[in-house]
Design a protein around this ligand. Structure first.
Ligand code: ATP
Ligand code: MG
Length: 1045
């Protein structure tokens, strides 16, 4: 670990407690070595020594803040953040109010340290809108107070010219709630006078450099610093300090804190008044009485002041140049001399400014104070001027050094004396350490009767001639034998001659060194009087803020009681501060200034040695080494660490001390690390304590995890049980509900079934008694009756049996229509059958031929209707009877179907020649009528088809198959008087012989095949054709026209 290794680096130990050998030289050397390594912080136990580096080091970054956050004090490099963290955690976790005492001489880095502590605490405490606002207000109080309370001195360019103690208040979680600032003794003399090379308070330069021309005009100021008597003409601007920017930063800070614009304006007006007062010039004039009196030499500035504050210039002039003296209840106005006038003017300027500063602190407090009355924890940060030894030391140095003496006393009391006393009290083995107890010096200054302050007050209040000489004489008388007091007179009495002690001076042997104070100005500064005329004049002004600063100026409240002296006020405020600090756990930051030249990284060992001495660091180390770093009552200790041992955790029933012993025995620390007092446990080294604390943190984390685990388990279990119970309840209810529904449905269905079955059974039993079935019975009966009547009627009235008669009686009822039609058809078919059965074979054949003719020609050839009158005789030639035809009769024999005479059309001319045609069951024979010899015999199977016309002619084309022998002659064109009979019989015979239907074409145009080629025949209806038959006309070689009638 970096921290611990540097801690043990022999040349530059981080904790001086580990220094060996322990001498002033080795201590300074160690500091110097560390400083060289840029380790500006060093510990003595938990006291931090800070050496001002006079340059910015990269050790204050946010990463550093994180590094030190919740760190173990000794595990990291010494740092101001470590002590801030320790204090903050102790406040938050152990509920102990803290104070951080930052001491050191001017320029050692106290104010910077206090700001670092504040910014660290702000960074590590929690964040939130409200908390951030509070933090911001607390941090922003610094620029405002520094503007009004800091100045450049020869030692420090930003020297705090007032003491500041700030209480930061936190709630139980460690969140900042607000704060309270206390200020101590502003160095107001700086307003009117300052050493060459120094400056007045920053605000004046900031105002002149940073204010806008309008603001300057409003405040009646000029930008030129040289114009103002109170400001140093040469050293107005400082290298490295931007007054204008600081002015704007201060204005922003005031806005953040909550100053209203009016308040800011009034504040700046009063500041301007102070500045302008320095330019009010007085001159002497002689009055009528011959007395010298002062008057305003240049009234312009006075008038402007009065305009600013709303006051009659006469009133202010009177108050500045004269004074009301009460003599025997009478007020007498006496004029002032010029020095008196200037004294009054300067006193007024100083008073206004110091009261304004007090008001400023009060106003900031009003903004940052904690509004709620929650329980609070407090961290105080004290940044107060360090010990001062100048060439010429006055009242201020005396007061400041007194304050430092008191702080040293606290330090001694808390860390040294109290520590040793406690060891004795607790019965711990302990070798007392020699240390210097400065209470004797504190007593020399503050004792109520014989203290220097008390005597100064007495001199101030004593009637009669009072001056510093009488005061010094008194001191010399009373303190002649005091070890720490010296003056020329007491030295003389002891016959000591010390040339360094001039007259009108006294010397005090402070813990930090001898300081010679010049008594000049002690009485005046202690009285701090302001002529009543001036305070009354200020009260008379209309300016609300200025007026409120001088309440004693109210003539109604005139009091003859003198106000408390400055010394008295300071003593009581220091006493209050001490009381406050005593109630808290102290943390120390001891600041050391390494050189007098404000140079970076220059270390002057002599200068540091002087500071090491008066800060008592060596004694501090010695006590730390001899003593125990930590002690605590057994009860709280056991309570805090009992979880580290299984025997003491979770409950210990026996005594606290016994418990602590058991607890620590289990942890096996070396015996010399621990000591058991009567009521407290003592732990020698901080490291052991931190080890203990680390173990505790680890254990607490473990326990927290355990508790968390148990709690989570419990929560999940309970949740689970609850869910399970609920689930069971829900499913029980759901199942019940489902079963109930199912049961209801089954019950309903069973009832319906039951009802139907019962109904059915009942109906079955009672059906015969039902009237409703009577209607069906009746209807059936009537129906049957009607049918019977109809059928009987029909039988009686049957139509005639002639097949041509198609009459039939109508159905008497509509419902019998279909039956009637059916019966009609049956009757007709029966009648026909009957008719057919009695026909002769020849008649039957004739009728068949007729039927066939009708199928072939009906509605297709106009000749057909005419043929109906002609009976199919078949034999028209009388072959049997006529002997001429004997030969032909022999050809036909029994197979003859038809014999007729036809005309054959000549295919070449179209003329016709008569022929005899015989149709047998196998052949078609054409014969010459004269010879009665067959000319052409065609087998029926050679016929390809027959074509006839649509008209009432007897023209017919007989198409032959080409393959047949006769066919080679070509188709025959014939004309017959019995065309219908001829074609019908040919058709019937062909079908009977070949089993195929003869193709018959009834058409107007067809083609015939003749030996000389195909001829297309066109049938034309024409009157030219005679009734005998058609006329054929050859048209060209392959066309023939057949004219029909
Ligand atoms: N930690 C630091 N890092 C860098 N510079 C520092 C540090 N501390 C102090 N300084 C420098 O030293 C100067 C003086 O410091 P600071 O004003 O804190 O002194 P002081 O002890 O408050 O003096 P005084 O008693 O006069 O107010 C600062 O202006 C700054 O320049
Ligand atoms: Mg300071």
């Amino acid at each position: 670990m970096e921290g611990s290794s540097s801690m043990l680096d022999a040349e530059a130990v981080a904790d001086l407690v580990l220094l060996d050998p322990l001498t002033e030289e080795s201590l300074v050397q160690t500091l110097q070595e560390r400083f060289r390594r840029r380790d500006i912080y060093t510990y003595i136990g938990n006291v931090v020594i800070s050496v001002n580096p006079y340059q910015s080091l990269p050790i204050y970054t946010p990463e550093k803040v994180e590094e030190y956050r919740n760190c173990s004090f000794f595990a990291v490099k010494p740092h101001i953040y470590a002590i801030a963290d320790d204090a903050y955690r102790s406040l938050r976790d152990r509920d102990r109010d803290q104070c951080i005492l930052i001491t050191g001489e001017s320029g050692a880095g106290k104010t910077e340290a206090s700001k670092l502590v504040m910014s660290y605490v702000a960074a590590v405490s929690s964040k939130g809108e409200e908390v951030n606002k509070v933090k911001e207000q607390l941090l922003q109080s610094n620029p405002v107070l520094e503007a009004f309370g800091n100045a450049k001195t020869v030692r420090n360019d930003n020297s705090s010219r007032f003491g500041k103690y700030m209480d930061i208040e936190f709630d139980f979680k460690g969140e900042p709630l607000g704060g309270v600032i206390s200020n101590y003794l502003l160095e107001k003399s700086r307003i009117v006078r300052h050493v060459k090379g120094e400056r007045n308070f920053h605000i004046f330069y900031q105002l002149l450099a940073g204010a806008s021309p309008q603001l300057l005009q409003q405040l009646k100021l000029r930008q030129d610093c040289g114009h103002y008597g109170y400001l140093d003409r040469e050293g107005s601007s400082l290298p490295g300090m931007d007054d204008a920017a600081n002015f704007h930063a201060m204005q922003d800070a005031m806005r953040i804190i909550g100053f209203s614009p009016t308040e800011v304006t009034e504040l700046l007006q009063v500041t301007a008044v102070v500045l302008k007062l320095g330019n009010v010039q007085l001159s002497s004039s002689f009055q009528a009485s011959g007395m010298e009196a002062c008057s305003i030499s240049e009234p312009q500035e006075l008038h402007e002041i009065c305009e600013l504050i709303g006051l009659d210039p006469g009133t202010l002039e009177r108050a500045l140049c004269s004074r009301t003296v009460k003599a025997r209840d009478e007020a007498v106005l006496t004029t002032l001399t010029v020095p008196q006038g200037y004294y009054g003017r300067d006193a007024l300027a100083k008073n206004i400014y110091s009261r304004l500063f007090d008001w400023l602190v009060k106003r900031i407090n009003a903004s940052i104070q904690v509004k709620s009355d929650k329980q609070r924890k407090v961290m105080g940060v004290l940044d107060i001027y360090g010990f001062e030894i100048f060439q010429d030391n006055g009242f201020e140095q005396f007061i400041i050094n007194y304050c430092n003496e008191k702080l040293q006393q606290i330090f001694i009391l808390m860390t040294l004396k109290e520590e040793q006393e406690e060891y004795v009290r607790e019965g711990i083995q302990w070798t007392p350490v020699e240390f210097f107890d400065n209470s004797i010096i504190c007593n020399l200054i503050e004792n109520n009767t014989t203290g220097i302050l008390a005597m100064l007050d007495e001199e101030c209040l004593r009637p009669g001639v009072v001056n510093e000489d009488t005061f010094l004489t008194k001191l010399n008388q009373l303190l002649a034998t005091h070890k720490h007091y010296e003056s020329k007179e007491t030295q003389n009495a002891r016959r000591v001659t010390d040339a360094s002690l001039p007259p009108r001076c006294f010397r005090i042997h402070h813990y930090a060194g001898k300081v010679t104070y010049n008594v000049t100005g002690f009485i005046e500064k202690n009285n701090d009087l302001l002529f009543r005329d001036l305070s009354q004049a200020m009260w008379a002004a209309q300016h609300a803020l200025l007026r409120s600063l001088f309440p004693e100026g109210d003539p109604q409240k005139v009091s003859l009681k003198l106000p408390p002296t400055a010394g008295f006020q300071f003593k009581s405020s220091v006493a209050m501060l001490m009381k406050n600090l005593y109630s808290k756990n102290p943390n120390y930051i001891r600041c050391i200034k390494p050189n007098d030249t404000k140079s970076a990284m220059v270390f002057t060992p002599e200068l540091v040695l002087a500071q090491v001495r008066y800060l008592g660091l060596l004694e501090n180390v010695r006590v730390r080494r001899a003593g125990y770093a930590f002690r605590q009552l057994y009860g709280p200790f056991l309570q805090r660490y009992k979880m580290l041992n299984a025997q003491t955790w979770p409950r210990w029933d026996r005594g606290d001390r016994e418990g602590t012993e058991v607890l620590l025995a289990g942890l096996q620390f070396p015996a010399e690390e621990l000591a058991f007092g009567h009521t407290k446990i003592f732990i020698r080294s901080p490291r052991t304590l931190f080890d203990l604390e680390r173990r505790r943190q680890e254990r607490v984390a473990e326990l927290a995890t355990l508790i968390q685990k148990m709690f989570r388990g419990w929560r999940c279990r309970t949740q689970y049980q609850l869910m399970r119970k609920s689930q069971i309840l829900i499913s029980a209810w759901f199942r019940g509900h489902r079963q109930k529904n199912r049961y209801k449905q089954m019950k309903r269905s069973a009832l319906i079934l039951q009802a139907y079955a019962r109904g059915w059974k009942a109906r079955k039993t009672y059906r015969k008694y039902f009237r409703s079935s009577a209607s069906t019975c009746l209807a059936n009966f009537i129906y049957r009756r009607l049918v019977q009547k109809y059928l009987v009627g029909l039988a009686k009235n049957l139509p005639p049996l002639s097949v041509t008669d198609r009459t039939w009686p109508p159905a008497p009822y509509r419902f019998l229509d279909n039956t009637n039609q059916e019966l009609k058809n049956i009757f007709y078919h029966w009648k026909c059958k009957k008719y057919r059965d009695q026909l002769s074979a020849s008649r039957r054949a004739q009728l068949q031929a007729r039927l066939c003719a009708s199928e072939l020609f009906k509605d297709k050839k106009t000749l057909y209707p005419k043929s109906l009158q002609q009976p199919f005789r078949g034999e028209y030639l009388g072959l049997k009877q006529n002997p001429k035809y004997q030969k032909l009769h022999a050809v036909a024999k029994d197979k003859l179907v038809m014999a007729d005479s036809v005309r054959k059309v000549n295919r070449a001319s179209g003329k016709t020649v008569p022929r005899l045609l015989l149709l047998t069951t196998e052949h078609l024979v054409l014969a010459d009528p004269k010879a009665a010899q067959p000319k052409t015999v065609l087998s029926l199977s050679d016929i390809r088809g027959v074509s006839v016309t649509r008209f009432s002619d007897g023209f017919l084309a007989l198409h032959l198959k080409e393959v047949s022998t006769v066919g080679a002659k070509g188709d025959f064109l014939l004309v017959s008087d019995h065309l219908i009979e001829l074609v019908t019989r040919l058709y019937q015979t062909f079908e009977a012989t070949t089993g195929q239907a003869l193709p018959l074409h009834i058409t107007d145009r067809f083609s015939t095949r003749f030996p000389k080629g195909d001829v297309s025949i066109t049938v034309v209806e024409s009157p030219k054709a005679s009734t005998n038959g058609p006329v054929c006309k050859k048209k060209g070689s392959n066309k023939m026209e057949v004219l029909v009638y």
